[in-house]
Design a protein around this ligand. Structure first.
Ligand SMILES: Cc1cc2nc3c(=O)[nH]c(=O)nc-3n(C[C@H](O)[C@H](O)[C@H](O)COP(=O)(O)OP(=O)(O)OC[C@H]3O[C@@H](n4cnc5c(N)ncnc54)[C@H](O)[C@@H]3O)c2cc1C
Length: 446
């Protein structure tokens, strides 16, 4: 009997899950093919809705889908990948309760390990800021917003109250803009419960190093989004770079390209900084033997890693060789297209047929900017406002791979139309404000 052919997929994000599902379809009646998926979480996280979890519009559980329900025919390991050895064709995993390692051998490998937050070496920012990459990040941020409102409600010192109610979001890409829009909506909605805080006390600021937010979007749409965000009370600082954050004060300076005459550093008192200013590939890829550029694995037009036949890299963690003139921003849409082609090419190799090159039909893009408004670009047409928001929600609902979750998110959005946001904080805290515990001073408030 011929030995089984083992296909191993690393990463349970959009790219890894889509690829696994396609492979399951291709090989559904082939017992000699064994498919294994490894990820450090046992669910697929629907990242475009993370900011809505932070604002409490969508229930956390509703944007995650268990890998076992999506990839029913594959073997699944919920473990951390520690090492990829493409020479000996095995991968080492870690994370069992006894701290034993697990080694998995493969014949075909798909690396879909995504990316992590890039702090560009700003260690104090990394230490004190919030991020928006995982479900825990979104929940921590929601807790922080509620914490700040609770503290500010009874704060007697004006300058401290202002600092508590200033929320800085760094990064004007769609993760940053969507997060700022959601934070702003949540805070304003929650004010119904906080009688000592006025609308004008809330200060949400977007800081972007470039001279425009939402780079890559049509200029008309960017202008609409910029004006709308400002109309909703969000301040936008362009050509501005964050240079440090100690948990209390954000230090910013104008970028070299800025035409502003103010070049000196400015400090923004704030306890809450959300860092959405960039991503970098995961550590395990950076230290692998694969050839990388800016940390991403370089692939050929078949998405295969040169010199390692049968090994593919897809999604955020890969990029085409510079000689191939195909560079796209990392999106879920692109990860999905990569996944389809990698699965197809593995099928072709196994069946001794020709592989296909990557062709990508960009379908458009969409972002929401708060207060049920958005911007959308689709097939050369541009849409703004409520209609764009409707397109966004329908598009992303249709992308959810599971009817039950689709229905639950749809219900969340509808319930949000009629009721106030819930301001109860979940039972865990992050970045507790230690200075409040030290009690240097006591205010007489009663
Ligand atoms: C807040 C936010 C909003 C976004 N909004 C949009 C949007 O509206 N539209 C859009 O197209 N894109 C959006 N994106 C980008 C989109 O999420 C990514 O482009 C997409 O997730 C890339 O898919 P991927 O599979 O390559 O990586 P990921 O989805 O990041 O998946 C990588 C997987 O690998 C796992 N992993 C990593 N390291 C290890 C390890 N050592 N061991 C085990 N497992 C590991 C991770 O846990 C994860 O499951 C958004 C991203 C964020 C953060």
């Amino acid at each position: 009997m011929e030995p089984k052919k083992r296909i191993l997929i690393l990463g349970g994000g959009f790219a890894g899950v889509d690829c696994t599902r396609m492979l399951e379809k291709y090989f559904q009646n082939r017992d000699e093919i064994e498919i294994t998926l490894v990820s450090d979480d046992n669910f697929l996280l629907f990242t475009p809705m993370l900011p809505q979890v932070a604002s409490g519009t969508v229930t956390p559980r509703h944007i995650v889908m268990p890998l076992r329900s999506l990839c029913k025919k594959s073997r699944i390991y919920e473990l951390v990948i520690r090492d990829i050895d493409p020479v000996n064709k095995h991968v080492t995993l870690e994370g069992t309760p006894e701290k034993r390692g697990v080694r998995i051998h493969y014949d075909y490998l798909v690396i879909a390990l995504g990316s992590e937050t890039n702090f560009f070496g700003l260690q104090n920012v990394e230490k004190h800021s919030f991020t928006m990459k995982t479900l825990a990040d979104a929940l921590s941020l929601r807790n922080r917003l509620i914490d700040m409102l609770e503290q500010a409600e009874n704060e007697t010192r004006e300058e401290l109250k202002q600092r508590l109610l200033t929320f800085v979001v760094v990064g004007g890409g769609f993760a940053g803009v969507e997060t700022a829009g959601e934070i702003n909506d949540f805070l304003h909605d929650a004010l119904n419960y906080y009688h000592n805080i006025n609308k004008v006390d809330i200060n949400v600021i977007i800081i972007e190093a470039l001279s425009s937010i939402l780079p890559g979007f049509n200029k008309k749409l960017v202008k609409f989004a910029h004006n709308k965000l400002e109309k909703n009370g969000i301040k936008i600082l362009l050509d501005t770079i964050v240079s440090s954050f100690d948990g209390k004060i954000v230090i910013v300076k104008k970028s070299a390209k800025s035409t502003s005459t103010v070049k000196s550093k400015i400090s923004i008192p704030s306890y809450t900084l959300v860092w959405a200013a960039g991503v970098t590939p995961v550590e395990i890829i950076k230290k692998s033997i694969f050839k990388t550029m800016k940390g991403q694995i370089i692939v050929n037009e078949f998405l295969e890693i040169p010199n390692f036949s049968g090994v593919f890299a897809i999604g955020d963690c890969s990029r085409f060789d510079e000689s191939i003139n195909k560079s796209y921003p990392p999106t879920a849409q692109l990860a999905e297209a990569h996944a389809k082609l990698a699965a197809y090419n593995i099928k072709q190799i196994i069946n001794n047929n020709e592989k296909k090159k990557f062709e990508y039909n960009w379908k458009g893009q969409s972002a929401i900017i708060g207060k049920r408004s958005g911007i959308t670009e689709v097939m050369g047409c541009t849409v703004t406002g409520f209609l764009a928001w409707l397109i966004w929600i329908n598009y992303y609902l249709s992308k959810m791979p599971n009817l039950e979750k689709r229905l639950r998110v749809w219900l969340d959005w509808n319930i949000d139309l009629f009721f106030r946001r819930d301001i109860s904080r979940y039972g865990f805290k992050r970045n507790v404000l230690k200075e409040y515990q030290e009690l240097d001073e006591v205010d007489d408030v009663w």
